[in-house]
Ligand binder design. Structure first.
Ligand SMILES: NC(=O)c1ccc[n+]([C@@H]2O[C@H](COP(=O)([O-])OP(=O)(O)OC[C@H]3O[C@@H](n4cnc5c(N)ncnc54)[C@H](O)[C@@H]3O)[C@@H](O)[C@H]2O)c1
Length: 357
């Protein structure tokens, strides 16, 4: 089992990276968790079904209470937060209670928000089970939910006392969800680490076969980069959004037929084209990234049918003619934040990249 120390905000906590769950129970003691305290596992119905043995085993050891919520982004709302609060209250949760967020990024966000607010904050342990959650959302403490249809409108920053990552969970992900996480991993390579990008390219077959050592390397490197970025100047954190605003436009205008990770991948390609047009970076970068995405079976083309609704999706909170600020690339590992781009430049980049004929 590998260990990393995460320092985010004023918090410092351990991140364990393992490939089977054998060591999980030993961590309670190591982290001074008393199993006599009330422990709650929040998970979703699919994760519970697929990993019931492990969850029930934790229950046998700790006498914890388990709550399964239905899966899916529409459930990431205030009603579900109320369900979590009610469950805690009905089961006598107190200041010393512990929540284990056992699932993908959605469970992490909901359980994390509940932990951050119940009785002004109770202990949280993250057990991320999707690749996206393992490479990205399980650290740095962002905990949010959607409100009135606006994604992640309500949120907080709240760090776990530790994070336990088991790459073994990734074996049960369906291909599409697995690839969603790979889109984020490619982003980490582009914004900070040439070697990670080369690793993804040369090991794609083993990665797609979900070999533990390859997955462990990816998770470790992405988290290392995220920790490096979040500990730097606050303004630089924007680089974590590379490709995300175009991605959001694609996700929305496809009526969510294109998944989040697929849309981020397409957004990355468009942002690389914008970077070529703005900063004259070599087209080799675009070609390299496009080739990695193709190896992973991520889409590299997306036909935008209606450019005005696309622009509305990414720009509706801006006034007329106000330029949009983007994170663009000057070289692999070197980003420029808050670059002003016009609507025309975005549409041109789309037409020259993912939406070309
Ligand atoms: N807080 C952050 O920093 C941050 C960062 C990125 C994304 N997010 C949030 O994370 C969410 C997306 O996360 P996600 O992609 O993990 O999606 P998710 O949590 O919705 O999970 C996707 C699907 O995978 C299933 N699943 C989870 N683990 C599984 C496993 N081991 N095997 C099989 N199926 C499994 C779930 O049941 C669900 O159906 C979004 O709500 C997004 O806003 C948060």
């Amino acid at each position: 089992m590998k260990e990393m120390i995460a320092m985010t905000g004023s918090s410092k906590y351990r991140v364990y990276i393992d490939n089977n769950m054998n060591k999980f129970h030993t961590l309670f003691e190591e982290n001074k968790i008393k199993i006599s305290e009330k422990i709650f596992i929040f998970t979703d119905d699919l994760v519970y079904k697929l990993h019931r043995d492990i969850i029930e085993c934790i229950k046998m050891e700790t006498n914890c209470r388990i709550l399964c919520i239905p899966q899916g982004e529409p459930k990431k709302n205030i009603n579900t937060i109320e369900v979590l609060y009610d469950f805690l209250l009905e089961n006598g949760a107190n200041k010393n209670s512990i929540i284990i967020a056992f699932g993908g990024g959605l469970i992490g966000d909901l359980a994390g928000f509940a932990a951050s607010t119940y009785m002004e904050g109770i202990k949280l342990i993250n057990v991320p089970t999707t690749l996206l959650a393992q490479v990205d959302s399980c650290i740095a403490g962002k905990v949010t939910f959607n409100y009135k249809g606006i994604k992640n409108l309500i949120g907080n920053f709240y760090n776990p006392i530790y994070v336990y990552i088991c790459t073994g969970f990734l074996k049960t992900l369906n291909n599409r969800q697995f690839k969603d996480g790979l889109g984020e991993a490619i982003k980490y390579g582009i914004i900070k680490d040439k070697e990670l990008l080369s690793f993804l390219s040369s090991n794609y077959k083993h990665i797609l076969e979900r070999e533990n050592d390859k997955l462990t390397h990816i998770v470790k490197e992405c988290l290392r980069i995220k920790l490096e970025v979040v500990s730097e100047d606050k303004g630089l954190m924007d680089i974590l959004n590379f490709g995300h605003n175009i991605g959001y436009g694609i996700e929305t205008t496809s009526n969510f037929n294109i998944s989040h990770g697929e849309a981020v991948g397409l957004g990355i390609l468009t942002s690389l084209k914008l970077s070529e047009n703005k900063f004259s970076i070599s087209s080799d970068i675009y070609n390299k990234v496009e080739s990695i995405m193709s190896k992973f079976g991520l889409p590299v083309k997306y036909k935008v049918d209606n450019y005005s609704s696309f622009m509305y999706a990414i720009n509706h909170d801006k006034k007329n003619n106000e330029k949009i600020r983007f994170v663009l690339l000057k070289d692999i590992g070197k980003c420029e934040v808050k670059v002003e781009v016009s609507e025309k430049e975005i549409i041109t980049a789309l037409k020259e990249s993912v939406s070309r004929g």
